[in-house]
Design a protein around this ligand. Structure first.
Ligand code: ATP
Ligand code: MG
Length: 204
């Protein structure tokens, strides 16, 4: 099986994530994609993050009607923040017969050489970089090519329609009680309303 792994804060999940997962799956002929909400992301410690249980639930609601998408609680069950490489090691030992692909937006891929142990990441899995407005995939490719001695053929670039939306922007809209219809799945919007998420106290 070819398995896509898609990590993120998902605070909240939105169509940018879902389209990226769907088109990555199609482009690399993956059999399934597992979304992996993060525990406590160290790079985002400047703001209050929605409790992991709620972020997990939102991803679950967003994917539960897609037979080839699922959500894992592996990272949120850990008490310490996980490096991507640790998560991938764990999935590799859980699924030794599968071929793993890690899906990331171009904004994250730009920084790939500075991740913890990128060489090991590319041994464990292949990486799929997805278009994200503001981050040219071509530039990203050149940058990765020139900045590291990594097996380039293990990094794939997939063009998708640029969706200039982020969870940050959506949190802002939710706080201002502006519409997020079509941008976040209906069931997730209902969960947000029912649980009073993003009302106040969060940054942007
Ligand atoms: P935040 O604004 O809180 O950082 P985000 O929208 O960037 O939220 P994350 O949970 O940080 O969402 O992202 C998870 C993964 O999804 C990352 O690899 C990110 O690059 C990718 N991603 C998020 N939004 C998009 C988008 N609109 N298009 C393509 N990839 C995206
Ligand atoms: Mg982000």
């Amino acid at each position: 099986m070819r398995m896509g792994l898609f990590g993120g804060t998902f605070d909240p999940i939105h169509i940018g994530h879902l389209v990226a997962a769907r088109l990555a799956k199609e482009a690399l002929q993956l059999d399934r994609v597992i979304f992996i909400p993060s525990g406590i992301p160290p790079h985002k410690s400047g703001r209050e993050i929605t409790p992991a249980g709620n972020r997990f639930e939102m991803v679950k609601l967003a994917v539960e009607q897609e037979p080839d998408f699922s959500v894992s609680d592996w990272e949120i069950r850990r008490e310490v923040p996980s490096y991507t490489v640790d998560t991938l090691e764990s999935f590799a030992s859980q699924f030794p017969d599968d071929e793993l692909y890690f899906i990331v937006g171009a904004d994250m891929l730009y920084d790939f050489p500075n991740w913890h142990n990128p060489g090991r990441i590319l041994e464990i899995c292949q990486v799929i970089g997805m278009t994200r407005p503001g981050f040219a995939l071509d530039e990203c490719r050149t940058l990765l090519r020139t900045s590291m001695l990594l097996p380039e053929h293990r990094i794939h670039f997939v063009e998708m329609p640029g969706l200039e939306i982020s969870s940050t922007w959506l949190r802002d809209r939710l706080r201002q009680r502006r519409s997020v219809h079509y941008l976040i799945p209906d069931r997730v919007i209902r969960f947000i309303e029912e649980n009073g998420l993003y009302d106040r106290g969060h940054d942007s």
